[in-house]
Design a protein around this ligand. Structure first.
Ligand SMILES: [Zn+2]
Length: 228
């Protein structure tokens, strides 16, 4: 089967997306690129009910080359990401807190340093009807320099070098949105300054090296002996 491994991976991550509550039924789609081919989840099939054969394969110009089912309606957006970035996986969901932020804000400010893993402030792409080239263009505009974007009154999109990375980016995006929304319910969240974010990058690039003690007699015996 053409792109068999990638199509099986789409099914595995589709199940994970449903099980983790990021997706209900068909309200999300995933894709993987390999060279000039893209395997994508099908239109109208719940993400935990797909088989690898259900996932069509398209060339980079959008022509279906394998699979009987229609590609996800959001395929133009996936192809636009691949045309403009070196990403090899894209995940899109209508996760709850992502949708809350996407319906109320124009960007998600960095109130937690983990936002840096997605590029910092997450922009909300201007609203356009789902599946249209206009929405794809708005997403590309808002995505510049980021691993994630929110689509106004819709949901989130993340990308990565593989499905695992793109999927974890979606989980992180949802977590950041949830933290913001919950923090907003308690008080006004403090946004990290450019200087504070810069210091985090500096820290990540220069991790602390912990000194190691020279082993002394008996110190290399494990705390728990095997079998006990
Ligand atoms: Zn959608």
């Amino acid at each position: 089967m053409l792109m068999g491994e990638e199509r099986r991976a789409l099914c595995a991550y589709g199940r994970r997306a449903i099980e983790s509550g990021l997706v209900i039924g068909t309200s999300g789609n995933l894709s993987v690129r390999s060279g000039d081919l893209v395997a994508v989840t099908p239109s109208g099939v719940a993400l935990d009910r797909m088989t690898p054969q259900d996932c069509p394969v398209l060339d980079i110009e959008g022509y279906v080359v394998s699979g009987e089912r229609q590609p996800s309606s959001e395929t133009p957006m996936h192809l636009a990401v691949y045309a403009a970035t070196d990403a090899t996986a894209v995940v899109h969901t209508h996760s709850v807190f992502g949708a809350v932020v996407a319906t109320t804000m124009t960007e998600l400010p960095p109130i937690h340093y983990n936002a840096l893993l997605l590029g910092g402030t997450i922009r909300v792409a201007r609203y356009a009807t789902y599946g249209t080239p206009e929405l794809a263009a708005n997403v590309m505009e808002a995505l510049a320099g980021r691993q994630a974007v929110l689509m106004a009154n819709h949901g989130g999109v993340t990308l990565g070098a593989d499905l695992e990375t793109a999927f974890e980016a979606t989980r992180l995006l949802e977590w950041l949105c949830e933290v913001y929304v919950r923090a907003k319910g308690v008080g006004e969240p403090r946004v990290l300054t450019e200087e504070e974010l810069g210091a985090v990058v500096e820290r990540a690039l220069n991790p602390q090296a912990f000194p190691r003690r020279e082993p002394v007699h008996g110190s290399d015996v494990p705390d728990i002996e095997p079998g006990k």
